[in-house]
Ligand binder design. Structure first.
Ligand SMILES: [Zn+2]
Length: 114
């Protein structure tokens, strides 16, 4: 039986105000009613569709992310000009992690440790 139904039965069947034992039972039933109500609420929580999530998240990430190449203070190993981080917001997951770099003067492409 659900706690809510037990609670109603307890109140209807007893003069619980005068019986301390029933007051304790009343209190614990009230707690169970609360717990069951929370569980029901969780069960009917609407979950987001995966495609919906991905579409929302990618638009937020793109809006917040400037991925244009930026100078990184490292000299090009071929011509000595300053290198660019080709995709500043992208880190290649490896051990150690790396970033793509390139030189706009001599077209050198390579990696640096992130
Ligand atoms: Zn170069």
């Amino acid at each position: 039986m659900k706690a809510k139904e037990e609670l109603i039965k307890l109140v209807l069947d007893n003069d619980f105000i005068t019986a301390p034992r029933l007051r304790t039972e009343f209190r614990s039933l009230l707690d169970r009613v609360e717990i069951e109500a929370q569980a029901e609420f969780k069960n009917c929580k609407k979950l987001k569709d995966l495609n919906e999530h991905n579409a929302q998240t990618i638009s937020i990430q793109c809006a917040m992310t400037d991925n244009n190449p930026i100078l990184n203070g490292i000299a090009c190993p071929k011509c000595g000009e300053e290198l660019y981080d080709s995709n500043p917001m992208v880190t290649i997951i490896s051990m150690p992690a790396k970033k793509n770099v390139h030189c706009s003067k001599c077209d050198y492409f390579g990696y640096r440790i992130a």
